[in-house]
Structure formats: structure tokens, C-alpha cells
Design a protein around this ligand. Structure first.
Ligand code: PLP
Length: 374
């Protein structure tokens, strides 16, 4: 059986370091917003190339707190429209609803699955924010949307929950030593998730915001902690959405190997792209740069049910990111009438193959052979 994602194997690499961190935490007994959170926030801001990072309880809260933070600062107001790709994970859209804003769902690009540069620009006239999701680990066209955000006076927000470490670069050789811009630093504010399956995953829930905006950081630091800077002094109506201190310690340990893990994911993707030859399988678009960290390796197939039976028979695990588009979920009934044929077509055809830093060369070859004989 080839696992889709072997979380035991991924995390077992750090067993001794995790145990040491746990032992220190147990001794220090400073479990909430202790020094592990501060350390990780500093490390992650520096890694992403932003001035600030604020840890949160999860990725959905990171997105929601960015939007609520902007509302608090008067940069957004209830009912404002927010552009979002229709084929994202539902969390992106939920954050907009939780902030009492109005999601405007747009079709993605058919080859990258990211928000399309062909999106009708009249949509941006009324919008007050754009959420650019770096879906499956591949950066959306940040330079284009930075320019659009400026032109239409919109806030640009990244949902970077699948793209930790993705770099904006046109250097196809991956040799350049110049510091590259990373996911999290390509917009006014970015949200990350450290859900265990993500490229940088905790041993539980976790999330973060990265930004250069000190005003926003101040508000979100208050919001995530009952609106309080000093214990029992509540300045605003806050929430409880703190990054857990123990998880922060684990994340600091794993952050050190994130670049190496992402490199391995790209290597595997390149082998798949070179060696999978089957006219029934549409392979994903990849420009060969570090702009993709392959959170998922998503292929398209006409008869997905048949392909799934075949993978099951050959003991290759798979996943679908995602089987039902958000606007067709019961929870989002008011959006059901939307005409999103491309999104609906993509959701019917996509399937994700195993990819992870701990996949062995032999497993990779097995996946390729099985698919080539489909
Ligand atoms: C995982 C994910 C989230 C939400 O993260 P949680 O930590 O599960 O709340 C948001 N957006 C995208 C694109 C994701 O993949």
C-alpha cells in the first residue's frame, strides 16, 4: 500500500527533538503564549520575509482575523465585496462570511487552478478586497494581482495555507542565491494553516498571519487574546484564537527542514511529470521554478470513478482536493445558483496522487508504472 501522506513517517523524523521540546515545556509550564510562540513568530516572519507574524489557533481564524482586523481599522466594512476563487477550500469563503463580508466567487485558470488573470476587471471595480489562494502549493500570479489591487484600490490578501515556502522567482534553474520573495509576503496580509497535512504541519491545529502592517498586527494580537494586552484589561471585543505554545515549539523544529522538504516535493513532481505518459491523464502545469511547493499533485481524468477503482485495486492511496465545490455545499446554499461551469468541471475530474517528502524512489516508480499501465 502506498500511502497518500504518511504523517507518522513525516513526524517521526523529529521524534527526539519533539521530546526534548516537550520536556522543556513541561518544566517551564508556560503553556499559553509563552516564548515558543514568540520565537516561532519571529522565525516565520523572517522566513517569509515580512516584518511581523502573529500565531493563531488555525488557518480559518487567521483568514477571519485578517478580515475582522481590517473592519476594526475601518479599511473594510460589513457588506463589502471580496473576490475569491470559486474552487478554493471552503475555509477561504467561510472567513469572508464570518466577517460579514460578501464573497464574489470567480472561476479559476484552467491550467494552474489559481485565480485567473482573465477575470473580468469590472468585478474589481466594486470589490474592496481580493483573496489570492495559492492553491495546491502554486503561487497565484501575485505581480498581476498586486497591480490590480493598486489600480482598483483593493486590499490584497493571500490564503497561503497550502504554499509555505513557495518563492516568487523566474529563475527556472533554481540556482540563484538572491533572496526571493516568499508566499506570505506578496500581499497586504497573508494567512497560513499548520494543519498536520500541510507542508509545514503541527501535531494539531495551528495558524498564523504574516504582514508588514503594524496597525493590523496590533489589532490581531488583541483580537486573538480576548482583546487584551494585559491580563484582565479588555480593550476590544476579542476572541480566543492563540497559537498553542507546544505546537509553536514543534513548528520551529520543522521549519528548519521546510525548504529541503519542498525541494523533495518538487523533485518528485518533476519525476512524475517526466515519466507519467498516459493520454487519459492530464498532468498539472508547472513552470519549473520554486513558485510551486506541491502541497498536492493534482491530475485530471475523464472517468474518475474508473480511475479510482484502478488505484484502489493497485493499492495506491489518493485524495480529491476537493470533491464538491463550495457553492454546491449545503452550507452555502445561497450560492448554488451561480454559473461556474469551469469550477464544476474541474471538481468532477481532479484527483491528487501521493506526494510528500518521505515518499521513497521505489514508491514513486510504482505510482508511475501503475498509472502508465492504466
Ligand atoms: C487548510 C486550509 C485552510 C484552513 O486551515 P485550518 O487550519 O484547517 O483552519 C484555509 N485555506 C486553505 C486553502 C487550506 O488549504
Amino acid at each position: 500500500m502506498i500511502k497518500f501522506l504518511d504523517l507518522h513517517k513525516i513526524n517521526n523524523r523529529f521524534r527526539d527533538e519533539f521530546k526534548a521540546a516537550f520536556s522543556i515545556a513541561l518544566n517551564d509550564a508556560h503553556f499559553i503564549l509563552g516564548k515558543n510562540v514568540t520565537n516561532f513568530e519571529n522565525e516565520f516572519a523572517s522566513y517569509c520575509g515580512t516584518k511581523y507574524c502573529v500565531g493563531t489557533a488555525n488557518g480559518l481564524d487567521a483568514l477571519t482575523l485578517i478580515l475582522k482586523g481590517y473592519i476594526h481599522l475601518g479599511k473594510l466594512k460589513k457588506g463589502d465585496k471580496v473576490i475569491v476563487p470559486a474552487n478554493t477550500f471552503i475555509a477561504t469563503i467561510l472567513s469572508i462570511l464570518h466577517a460579514e463580508l460578501v464573497p464574489v466567487l470567480v472561476e479559476p485558470d484552467a491550467s494552474t487552478y489559481n485565480i485567473s488573470v482573465d477575470t473580468d476587471t469590472t468585478k474589481f471595480v466594486e470589490a474592496k478586497a481580493i483573496i489570492m489562494v495559492h492553491l495546491y502549493g502554486q503561487l497565484a500570479d501575485a505581480e498581476y494581482f498586486q497591480q490590480i489591487a493598486k489600480q482598483f484600490n483593493c486590499l490584497l490578501i493571500e490564503d497561503a495555507a497550502q504554499a509555505h515556502g513557495a518563492e516568487l522567482s523566474n529563475d527556472l534553474t533554481q540556482q540563484s542565491s538572491a533572496k526571493q520573495l516568499r508566499a506570505g509576503s506578496l500581499s497586504h496580509a497573508a494567512a497560513f494553516s499548520f494543519y498536520p497535512s500541510k507542508n509545514l504541519g503541527a501535531l494539531g491545529d495551528g495558524g498564523a498571519i504574516t504582514t508588514d502592517d503594524l496597525e493590523l498586527v496590533k489589532v490581531i494580537r488583541l483580537m486573538r487574546n480576548y482583546g487584551s494586552k494585559e491580563k484582565y484589561q479588555n480593550e476590544i471585543v476579542g476572541y480566543n484564537s492563540r497559537l498553542d505554545d507546544m505546537q509553536a515549539a514543534f513548528l520551529s523544529i520543522k521549519l528548519k527542514v521546510l525548504d529541503a522538504d519542498n525541494k523533495r516535493r518538487r523533485e518528485i513532481a518533476e519525476v512524475y511529470l517526466e515519466q507519467i505518459h498516459n493520454s487519459k491523464i492530464k498532468l498539472p502545469f508547472y513552470n519549473g521554478s520554486k513558485n510551486h511547493v506541491f502541497y498536492a499533485f493534482v491530475v485530471e481524468v475523464e472517468n474518475r470513478k474508473d480511475f479510482i477503482d484502478y488505484l484502489n485495486k493497485n493499492e495506491i492511496e489518493w485524495l480529491i482536493h476537493y470533491p464538491v465545490p463550495p457553492h454546491q455545499q449545503k452550507a452555502l446554499e445561497p450560492f448554488l445558483h451561480l454559473n461556474l461551469p469551469l469550477t464544476e468541471k474541474i471538481h468532477k475530474r481532479i484527483i491528487s496522487l501521493p506526494i510528500s517528502p518521505v515518499l521513497t524512489d521505489m514508491e514513486i516508480q510504482t505510482v508511475i508504472e501503475v498509472i502508465n499501465t492504466y
